[in-house]
Design a protein around this ligand. Structure first.
Ligand code: ZN
Length: 188
């Protein structure tokens, strides 16, 4: 195995752990399993029938140590397509599916989706926006709170989900190369 792949697998393990801890902390059943396997088209998907998450870890983004023009992706940053963020994004789909099944899903999300700034460019529909928002809430809730207070409040107050990370956004990201970008996001 290449060192790069070995690193991705470590990140993946961490991402799955954070997702599971978040579910347990909120009395939600976690996804039944996280499966790493080669996929032909997508990087990942969630199957609501089995409640399993599948991730092609080899296809996840390599963390960008020094962000540059249009190129940034880092564990727990606003854009995180690494093996940490991907299982948490899929767990976001799982959580939405579970809340809808339990009839505690709040339709106000659709309005909020249309009227708040996007977390990342990948928000083609309200459910993807929710998964992206949930990923950031699981991994770096204070960054979400400062960047998008309305989305943060929706998850915390309307859905009643508690955060599992209390450290400030800079500490959570833990890479000084991202500090200037975090500062920009927080200032709005
Ligand atoms: Zn998705």
């Amino acid at each position: 195995m290449t060192p790069a792949m070995d690193r991705k697998l470590q990140l993946y393990k961490h991402g799955c752990e954070r997702a599971v801890i978040f579910c347990y902390a909120n009395n939600l059943p976690p996804p039944l399993a996280f499966i790493n396997r080669k996929l032909k088209k997508d990087t990942c998907f969630y199957d609501p029938k089995t409640t399993k998450v599948t991730v092609d870890v080899s296809a996840t983004a390599t963390p960008v140590l020094k962000p540059h023009h249009m190129c940034w992706s880092w564990p727990a940053f606003k854009t995180d397509r690494t093996a940490v963020g991907v299982p948490c994004h899929e767990t976001g789909h799982h959580i939405q599916f579970h809340l809808m099944k339990e009839r505690i899903w709040d339709r106000r999300w659709n309005t909020l989706y249309a009227n708040t700034p996007k977390i990342t460019s990948y928000e083609p529909v309200a459910s993807e926006a929710f998964a992206e928002t949930m990923r950031l809430y699981i991994l770096n809730p204070q960054l979400l709170a400062m960047y998008s207070p309305l989305r943060y409040a929706f998850i915390k107050d309307n859905l009643g989900l508690s955060a599992i990370e209390e450290r400030d956004p800079y500490e959570v990201v833990g890479n000084p190369n991202y500090n200037a970008r975090i500062k920009e996001l927080i200032r709005g």
